[in-house]
Design a protein. Structure first.
Lengths: 156, 393
């Protein structure tokens, strides 16, 4: 049986189709500004880590995290800043750091954990560290936090 | 008081609606027919089947004063059922009247207005059909609320003034519309939602915090507040006069249905298999606990210990896998018990008020994918460890 009809994009025949961008409010900042923000944060995080203030560093990187289209470079910068924090935190400190985060911060951290696990390993990305954070974060924020990561269209 | 549990079927119960005197219940068992069960002592017997739809029935509502049933289905139709004497036998039978909805996608949810002279049908056609009776032609006509809905409407709820309608949609928004029909309604009094209310006025539009479909909406008993539950595992309470929105992110699976039991209390239920109670006022909201009392739970494994006490993950089967994972226990003493420790054994599809007393809802009813119908005492809340705090937005 011919099944090619299943692949037809019927949405192109709908003049009032729902666009991806309508599903979330766009970031009010310009892409160039988002990128420079991300780079500034990288510096701020380094100085926080130098004082071994992990929670402070996480708060900096998770607040106003870049999302949406056209900011791929800023997203990459922010992810590598975040991975730097995750990779250098002692596993015994993780639960207290997570408890210190706001709910927004926890939800955003979960988004980054899933983003990290979706990328090929190597370099900054160490899956076992991400899994360790995932376990501790789920204990604190519950499965609801994972559900929010899946539903939120503001992907980091 | 322990909840009363009735197992109606081995199939999911999509929706349920009780008759005015609670002696009968209309349910859809995930099929094209609506079934009416009659209570006989402590059990329910199938007494009537309403067959007219040719696709799955998605929603049923029973008008308490005029004793009419309305059904909505994926076949894009709605029927109003009325009891009339059979011309041959004189026996009362349910007679259907087709409603011209004028929608080209499935009907998803239906609710009678408080005065029972209108009903609203939500649909996948990005529209809500407001239906009223036209005595001249002796049929139900519909008027469509369309703007600015961008996706399937999943639920509707009427304001007590019979004019305003709340709708939750898959475009991540909860909205309040005016569903004023000139031929039917008197001019509504001004309320917190606005004063001039021609048809299709948008009185409010609220986004779910993390972009989840809005599964359920409900006005408070006074109509001055709106609650909605969305698929990002959150529940939001809106005070338009404030204006304030309280958003509570829950640590377990999303709610799909909710109802107010008093001006300060909401019961929500869904994929977590247990009804959860939230209380608050214009000053703030918080979760207080579950109607599913853990102490009456079957002797099946520990309930606490897991974060947030997620009902669905509290089964013996889950614990078995967890033991195997964390301690390497395999074989030997492996339990075959797959029962959850909650009363409902699967997602709760609908929670509705059951009994009123002194202006409060004292009992609520729930139906679930497990085929169970449960009647709960709305006041016997068992506290969950660690209150879920509300966050002001």
């Amino acid at each position: 049986m011919d099944t090619a009809f299943r692949k037809i994009d019927i949405d192109v025949y709908d003049e009032d189709v729902l666009q991806e961008e309508e599903l979330f409010d766009a970031d009010p900042r310009e892409p160039a500004q988002v990128l420079s923000d991300a780079k500034q944060r990288q510096v701020a995080v380094r100085s926080a880590l130098a004082k071994s203030d992990v929670l402070g560093a996480l708060n900096i990187v998770l607040e106003n995290a870049p999302y949406g289209p056209n900011v791929e470079e800023a997203k990459t910068v922010n992810l590598s800043t975040l991975l730097n924090i995750l990779n250098t935190t002692k596993s015994a400190d993780i639960p207290n750091v997570i408890k210190g985060l706001s709910q927004d911060g926890q939800d955003t951290l979960m988004k980054y954990l899933y983003k990290g696990m979706a990328l090929p390993g190597g370099g900054d990305i160490n899956w076992s560290i991400l899994l360790g954070w995932h376990e501790k974060l789920t204990e604190v924020a519950g499965t609801g936090c994972i559900v929010r990561t899946m539903t939120d269209r503001r992907t980091v | 008081m322990a909840p009363q549990v009735f197992n109606l079927a081995q199939t999911p119960i999509t929706c349920h609606a009780f008759s005015p005197d609670h002696s009968q219940v209309a349910v859809s068992l995930n099929s094209n027919d609506a079934q009416i069960y009659t209570r006989q002592g402590s059990s329910w017997t199938l007494t009537e089947t309403l067959s007219e739809h040719d696709k799955l029935i998605t929603s049923i509502d029973w008008a308490l004063n005029s004793n009419r049933i309305v059904t909505a289905s994926q076949d894009r139709n709605a029927y109003v059922w009325q009891q009339t004497p059979d011309p041959d036998t004189g026996k009362l039978i349910w007679k259907p009247t087709l409603v011209l909805l004028r929608i080209n996608r499935a009907a998803t949810h239906v609710r009678w207005s408080p005065k029972e002279d209108k009903f609203a049908v939500a649909s996948g056609a990005r529209a809500i059909a407001i239906c009223s009776f036209d005595p001249e032609n002796n049929w139900w006509v519909s008027k469509l609320l369309k703007k600015p809905i961008r996706s399937t409407v999943l639920s509707v709820d009427w304001h007590p003034n019979n004019v305003l309608l709340a709708a939750g949609s898959a475009d991540m928004k909860a909205r309040v519309f005016s569903a004023y029909i000139k031929e039917v309604d008197d001019k509504p009094a001004a309320s917190v939602w606005g004063s001039k209310l021609p048809f299709n006025t948008i009185c409010g539009e609220y986004a779910s915090p993390a972009g989840g479909w809005v599964h359920a909406v409900a006005f408070s008993p006074s109509g001055d507040a709106l609650a909605f539950a969305s698929h990002d595992s959150s529940i939001s309470i809106v005070y338009p006069g404030g204006p304030a929105i309280y958003n509570i992110r829950i640590s377990s699976l999303p709610f799909v249905t909710l109802t107010w039991t008093a001006e300060d209390t909401v019961v929500a239920a869904g994929h977590d298999c247990q009804p959860v109670v939230f209380t608050g006022s214009e000053g703030g909201w918080q979760g207080v606990g579950s109607l599913d009392d853990s102490s009456t739970a079957k002797a099946a494994g520990p309930r606490s210990g897991l974060s947030g006490g997620v009902g669905r993950l509290n089964s013996v089967a889950f614990s078995t896998f967890r033991e195997a994972d964390s301690r390497g226990h395999t074989g030997g003493g492996v339990s075959t018990d797959t029962k959850l420790t909650t009363v409902h054994q699967n997602t709760i599809t609908s929670v509705r008020p059951y009994e009123y007393s002194g202006g409060r809802v004292t009992k609520v009813s729930t139906s679930g994918v497990d085929g169970n119908l449960v009647i709960w005492d709305a006041d016997s809340v068992s506290a969950v460890a660690g209150r879920i705090g509300g966050m002001r937005v």
